[in-house]
Design a binder for this molecule. Structure first.
Ligand code: GLV
Ligand code: MN
Ligand code: MN
Length: 419
């Protein structure tokens, strides 16, 4: 928990937490994570996409021993909490410390007790899960999964810096991005602990849950074009107010999504141009973040939204277009990893306790990208009041302690299964 506080102090915004991809803050937290990895006997390295990794071999293992990857991400949204992603990376480090996979040098120089594992352990701190800087989420894990798309190099941040330029400024070589890619045979699986980012566990009064799947997501940037005119001189019937079209669109998106079980849409950014008090907005831009438990229902909702936007904009003599900036299919956690997470959680409960909750994640996670190269499993921690992507985001010390024990036990269960 002290390390969560320490990482929270590494921020681009004084008094708030903001740490985006390829920023000086990203470099600083990678250095801290590397130091902590070294402290528990792991060999740290930063990969070609700026993800920070640490690795520890099992006794008798070598660099070619397949690894179980544990971790999450260290980047944040603007004005973030201190646990989303972060606590999962730190829990992974604690699990490695608890298991002391490689043994430990005792005072006599002899290896002390260790847990024999049939795989290496890697801890990963992914560098861009949120997509805050370039709009495209999961850049770090997509590189690790070998899913990099060269079209992304021309994405720009709010200052017009391209992703390619940002790589160079950070000291990374865009030409070597392929070196971040992992091969399926190198990985036993990817296991991530994360706060729930919703209220289900809090409402149930439970600490931990098995994650069954991660919601599919699509993100769009929508532009509405009207005509800028004098705010005083233009009667209503002559206006083509782009902001009113966008506002009506945001309300329609809420109405459509409310009507569809397990699909949720959010307009999180809305801007009017030229943006003056005395000009009817000639252009408006807004973002749409759409999530669904299943790809098909999510896509059907997008079709309904598109039809509705045609109607709204047509009625107001506006034009609209949408650019898709992110798309990720729903990912189902591997049955074996769900089982070991369930066993891990059960090991923290009294004998005879009911099975832990199984919930689907409405939030996105690096496992979405990693699923193309490894089996994925996730453990959720209770998130009091379900508040996340907000400075009040919280997790209790007790739940984190249980989560670490459960995650360590999950690793042991997986080891037993593969032995
Ligand atoms: C990441 O937190 C996301 O789900 O947007
Ligand atoms: Mn997040
Ligand atoms: Mn996250």
């Amino acid at each position: 928990m002290a390390r969560c506080d320490e990482l929270a102090r590494v921020s681009a915004t004084p008094g708030a937490i903001e740490r985006v991809y390829l920023s000086p803050e990203h470099a600083r937290v990678n250095r801290l994570a590397a130091e902590w990895m070294r402290g528990i006997g792991m060999s740290p390295r930063q990969d070609a996409a700026g993800n920070q990794l640490g690795r520890i071999e099992p006794l008798g293992g070598d660099r070619d021993t397949p690894a179980l990857m544990l971790g999450s991400h260290l980047d944040t949204v603007p004005d973030a909490g201190r646990f989303d992603g972060i606590v999962g990376v730190l829990m992974a480090l604690e699990v490695v410390r608890l298991l002391r996979v490689g043994g430990e040098q005792g005072a006599s120089g002899m290896q002390r007790a260790h847990v024999p594992l049939p795989f290496a352990l890697e801890v990963v701190a992914f560098s861009d899960e949120e997509g805050t800087r370039f709009g495209k989420a999961l850049l770090g894990s997509s590189a690790a999964a070998g899913q990099w798309n060269d079209a992304w190099w021309s994405l720009t941040d709010a200052d017009g810096t391209t992703l390619r330029e940002a790589f160079r400024e950070f000291g990374l070589d865009p030409g070597r991005i392929g070196e971040a890619a992992r091969r399926p045979e190198e990985l036993v699986g990817y296991l991530e602990a994360h706060i729930e980012q919703g209220p289900e566990l809090d409402e149930r009064g439970e600490s931990l849950a098995v994650v069954s799947s991660i919601a599919s997501a699509r993100r769009f940037q929508v532009v509405v074009e009207g005509e800028a005119r004098h705010a005083g001189g233009t009667p209503y019937e002559r206006r083509r107010d782009a902001l009113l079209g966008a506002s009506e669109a945001a309300l329609a998106i809420e109405r459509i999504c409310r009507g569809e079980h397990h699909v949720i849409g959010t307009v999180g950014q809305l801007e009017a141009f030229p943006g003056a008090v005395n000009i009817v907005p000639g252009e408006a831009r807004f973002s749409l973040d759409l999530r669904g438990e299943f790809d098909g229902t999510r896509d059907a909702v997008w079709s309904s939204i598109s039809r509705e936007l045609d109607e709204i904009m047509g009625g107001r003599r506006l034009r609209w277009r949408a650019r898709e900036v992110h798309s990720a299919p729903a990912v189902f956690c591997a049955p074996l990893l769900q089982d070991v997470v369930r066993e891990g959680i059960l090991s923290t409960l009294p004998p005879g306790a009911d099975d832990p909750a199984v919930i689907f994640s409405r939030a996105g996670h690096d496992g979405m990208a990693m699923s193309s190269v490894a089996e994925v499993g996730m453990l959720f921690l209770r998130n009091p009041d379900g508040i996340s992507h907000h400075p009040d985001e919280a997790v209790s010390l007790g739940d984190v302690a249980l989560g670490i024990r459960a995650l360590a036990e999950s690793v042991l269960q997986l080891a037993a299964d593969r032995a």
